[in-house]
Design a protein around this ligand. Structure first.
Ligand SMILES: Nc1ncnc2c1ncn2[C@@H]1O[C@H](COP(=O)(O)OP(=O)(O)O)[C@@H](O)[C@H]1O
Ligand SMILES: [Mg+2]
Length: 297
């Protein structure tokens, strides 16, 4: 395992921020931690980074405790509330971070160029950061967290403050990290973002991990399909209606209610049997939203 949280509990005086949290993350996985504000997401990340001491339990990266400073070279971190020095250019900011991470002088330039490319700021690196848009600042901060090519990067609400375009840009960078095999730990309260990028999910509520696992396990089984077909006989339509199966009809598009997946091939066979021309069959996907609301109740 790349990352493990072993029974982590954290009190800030009498406030219980994390309660007996366990999780593990393998190489190349993208873990999304979902939960409302104040649930304990940022605290958990800071503990796994070795920035906050847990009251009990421990965080382990590559089998070694995060309290070992050497171990932290493997990880990158984009804080929820980051600050950049506005008087520096993006190039200077990345160079500063390259030196913090001890990147050898002869590899510095290459590391900076590669990072500018990754976060889409190539050509803008000589401008001062104070003139950057919010989205560009967020991407630069993300770049700084990646300059040393960590095996694991923690991103704490990386898109919360961005407009839709900025969100898509950051999401694309996360997808690229995933494709390169970098593991990502993502804190978010945005379901759609997590749905599109993560391989694994955890749901945290009032400091407790209420559920975790592969994303497929949380996607609800669909109970609705859409069929595009021509020449559906009137008798079949009437039968669907009588059964309460026909939810909607729009020209040659039919939305049907099903109880089980097995009914899909049965319906297709039936259509073929009466020589209907079928162009398309889709399942109408169930989202994470209901799962989230159920778990947070
Ligand atoms: N440094 C701190 N001192 C005292 N309480 C804190 C501190 N940081 C967080 N908390 C409290 O711990 C709980 C979890 O906060 P946090 O980890 O920031 O949650 P999230 O990131 O999910 O919004 C909240 O009740 C918050 O007020
Ligand atoms: Mg937070």
């Amino acid at each position: 395992m790349l990352l493990e949280a072993r029974n982590i509990t954290k009190y800030y005086d009498s406030i219980l921020a994390c309660h007996e949290i366990c999780l593990s993350l393998g190489e190349g996985q993208v873990f999304g931690l979902l939960g409302p504000n104040g649930a304990g997401k940022s605290t958990l990340v800071k503990i796994m980074l070795g920035l906050v001491h847990p009251s009990s339990g421990e965080a382990v990266i590559k089998g070694r405790p995060v309290s070992e400073v050497k171990n932290r070279k493997n990880i990158g971190y984009l804080p929820e509330l980051f600050r950049l020095y506005g008087w520096l250019t993006a190039y200077e900011w990345l160079r500063f971070n390259a030196r913090v991470y001890d990147i050898p002088a002869n590899q510095e330039r290459q590391a900076i160029e590669r990072t500018l490319e990754l976060v889409g700021l190539k050509g803008r690196e000589k401008e001062k950061v104070e003139g950057y848009s919010k989205g560009m600042q967020q991407r630069l901060a993300l770049g700084a967290a990646l300059i040393h090519r960590p095996v694991l990067v923690f991103l704490d609400e990386p898109t919360s403050a961005l407009d839709p375009v900025g969100r898509i840009e950051v999401r694309d960078i996360i997808s690229q990290l995933k494709a390169e095999g970098t593991s990502v730990f993502l804190n978010s309260h945005l379901l759609s973002e997590v749905e599109m990028t993560c391989s694994h999910l955890g749901f945290i509520r009032k400091g407790k991990m209420v559920a975790s696992g592969k994303i497929e396990d949380f996607m609800q089984e669909s109970h609705e399909i859409q069929i595009e077909a021509e020449g559906v006989p009137a008798e079949l339509l009437q039968r669907w209606e009588k059964q309460g199966r026909l939810l909607q009809r729009n020209g040659s598009n039919f939305n049907l209610l099903i109880d089980h997946r097995q009914e899909i091939p049965e319906i297709i066979d039936e259509l073929k049997g009466c020589k209907t021309r079928v162009y398309r069959v889709d399942t109408v996907k169930g989202g994470l939203e209901q799962v989230f609301l159920d778990l947070m109740k």
